[in-house]
Design a binder for this molecule. Sequence first.
Ligand SMILES: [Fe+2]
Length: 297
Amino acid sequence: MAVAVRETSGSLADEERRRIVYDGGLLIFEKVPPMEELCAFADDLIRFTLDTRDPVMAQFEMDRDDYLARVATLQKRFREHAEARRLFVAALEWVGVDLGRTCWDRLYLRVLPSGEEYASGRAAKLGFHRDTWSSNVYSQTNWWAPIYPITAGRTLAFYPGYWSRPLKNTSGAWDLEEVRVRRRAGEPVALVPEPDERVDAASELRIAVEPGGLLCFSGAHLHAAVPNSTGLARFSVEVRTVDAGDAALNVGAPNVDGEAPRIASGWFRGVLDGTPLPEVMASGDPDDRRAEMGYGR
Ligand SMILES: [Fe+2]
């Protein structure tokens, strides 16, 4: 299929955005003011926590263990910081997301250092995957944004040839609890389901968004982090959202090859009130709840 990449400098009506995403479109919202603020906020936090004047080169100023320990602290600080959350919520609202209907998981600051020595462990890149192989939620929408300028050598790659083409994968036997237990025991284990056959990368599309921009795509897209050998680290932020109304009605991207035994709707909570998605879905029409909560009046 021809996957459309659509760049927009304003907002989009939420319903239209969801329809484009469920159809496999890749949306780039450019120059989103709260994202520009979030980049500046993250830059301060990164410089302070990594104790560096040059965040994208910081890996060369200290040894690997020290760097990874600082990255772990940085990720924790970012995840728990109210300002990061406030700005990301503002960015979603600015691009047109109807927050009263929307659930999300956790804000995550991802660091992808350059070079082979970081190919395993905390800062390892994710290979080919669809997020839906693990979540099994087909209305899941991914939001991704770089903090510093990126290039085709350190960004995300998409494989739109697989939007409607199945790829053999390990989702059928994937169990998050087992992954957690094995990780705690120090065993090597794949964090997300993986392809179980060779991937045909002919349709690869590398998308380099400018800082301040926000990339929005279906969790059902086959994607991967590009192996970074650019000599500069990649810093990006991401979160996943689910529209509660669509999830309740089973509206979303097509499932072409996911076989996860469970639906992980419990990973998602209301952006505005923290209610777990299964409860939101059980409580009826999100627009009614939205009115009850006083939004949209
Ligand atoms: Fe992903």
